[in-house]
Design a protein around this ligand. Structure first.
Ligand code: PSV
Ligand code: MN
Ligand code: MN
Length: 426
């Protein structure tokens, strides 16, 4: 389905009067609004190819129809999101769920939609039908060298696919670990994993990055071999300057202070990127900002006002892996992604309102009340008209979900692709 610029402009025209009133108010209340708008326009977040279909739980999956049946259709869906919000200008592929059989054509198609290829992801957490050896007892950590080699070769294959498409990073998430005390020699598992990662790292092109994603639990429940940011950081520092830690918001033990983790990883120059989502219990993969938008804002506050080790301001964008990793059973996946992107933009915009100088002064004088007032004043500001204005200026829709519904996009997709379609992914 192609949505023309005229359709978007017509849709915006109908909402313009209301938007103008709200934006004029916000503009008068906000210092430096033009700078904020420019930063919002420049910001892009990648969409994972596996979030375009209805995600499932192990209890069942309820596909809603019109899901992309091929990599081409996945790219079309992300192109559609990008057309509506101009903030989803990249797609992240998961191999072998998405095998680019003709990379040149795939690249051309993506370029037609204004999309770049973000990190490529390897998959050694499932056995594939044509696979010789099983990952039942782990992949890069496995006690069996042949299994480790198979997993290393797969990652190198993924890098090759990424090179063909113009990706610049590989994300490695391992389900490796153990389910029962005594099952695993932790140290050997770490050493095997490190050795395997070193071989993968050696295959990276010079301008690539390796993101080591951690997760505290699931599918292994007693130990995970890359279980927290400390372990990920250990691997990343031993690997070298092209390796970084990737923070998936759902991969922590309850109540973890993720913003503090972000701050310290930035201090060390080892923060590689994010998988944004939200959670109530664990790796729920819920829509970004749906459960704990305050935490999201606090994370953005660290990103916006924290500094890299050399005290240079942290540049949002270049080379940094911003991605969503959310998908589930009951919403339209495209509407869900539009909501996630909006939540990210709102949190980012709010973080840009924080008076970091005043905050630092309050901290230096131990004025706890003032510090909280400054933080919460930004968080409680309704920045939605500013985010909408940034979209408007970029040529996107004032209300992406509004237009998605007005145009009955899902019905059109069902008409084009059928009702019984299931996108590849979890
Ligand atoms: C694992 O829970 C994870 O967060 C990793 O990023 C995987 O690549 C993705 O989910 C698979 O859905
Ligand atoms: Mn993830
Ligand atoms: Mn996850």
């Amino acid at each position: 389905m192609i949505i023309s610029q005229n359709i978007i402009d017509d849709h915006n025209a109908k909402q313009m009067a209301k938007h103008k009133t709200l934006f004029d108010f916000a503009k008068n209340e906000t210092e430096g609004v033009e700078k904020i708008i420019q930063r919002l326009i420049d910001f892009q977040v990648a969409i994972p190819s596996w979030a375009l279909g209805t995600g499932g739980t192990r209890f069942g999956r309820f596909p809603g129809g019109g899901e992309p049946r091929s990599l081409e259709e996945k790219i079309e869906d992300v192109g559609l999101l990008h057309k509506l919000n101009k903030t989803s200008g990249a797609i992240s592929l998961h191999i072998p769920w998405d095998i680019p059989t003709s990379p040149k054509e795939i690249q051309t198609l993506a370029a037609q939609h204004g999309l770049a290829f973000d990190a490529v992801n390897s998959n050694t957490f499932q056995d594939q039908p044509d696979q010789a050896l099983t990952y039942k007892f782990g992949s890069l950590q496995n006690v069996n060298k042949a299994i480790r080699k198979q997993a290393i070769d797969h990652n190198i294959e993924v890098i090759k696919h990424g090179i063909d498409l113009g990706s610049k990073s590989l994300t490695v998430w391992l389900s490796d670990g153990s389910c029962f005390p005594g099952q695993l020699n932790f140290r050997k598992a770490f050493e095997n994993t490190l050795e395997s990662l070193q071989e993968i790292y050696a295959a990276l092109p010079s301008d690539w990055k390796l993101f080591v994603e951690y997760k505290a639990f699931e599918p292994n429940f007693y130990s995970m071999t890359v279980g927290d940011w400390g372990q990920s950081h250990l691997y990343a520092s031993k690997l070298g300057e092209k390796a970084f830690t990737l923070v998936d918001l759902g991969h922590h033990l309850p109540n973890a202070n993720i913003e503090q983790i972000v701050s310290l990883l930035m201090m060390e120059g080892k923060l590689g990127g994010f998988h944004f989502n939200d959670s109530k219990y664990g790796d729920d993969d819920l829509t970004v900002g749906s459960i704990n938008p305050y935490q999201l804002f606090l994370i953005f506050n660290e990103l916006t006002h924290g500094t890299q080790p050399n005290n240079a301001p942290f540049e949002l964008g270049s080379g940094f892996g911003w991605m969503i990793d959310a998908s589930h059973n009951i919403k339209d996946p495209l509407e869900d992604l539009l909501q996630s992107v909006e939540a990210i933009m709102v949190a980012y915009a709010q973080s840009l309102l924080v008076d970091s100088k005043a905050l630092e002064d309050a901290r230096e004088s131990n004025d706890v009340v003032k510090a909280q007032e400054i933080i919460q004043a930004a968080y409680r500001t309704d920045v939605r008209p500013i985010v909408a204005e940034a979209r408007l200026r970029a040529g996107a829709a004032l209300s992406p979900i509004g237009i998605f519904r007005d145009l009955k996009v899902r019905n059109v997709l069902i008409g084009e692709r059928g009702l019984k379609t299931v996108a590849t992914g979890l």
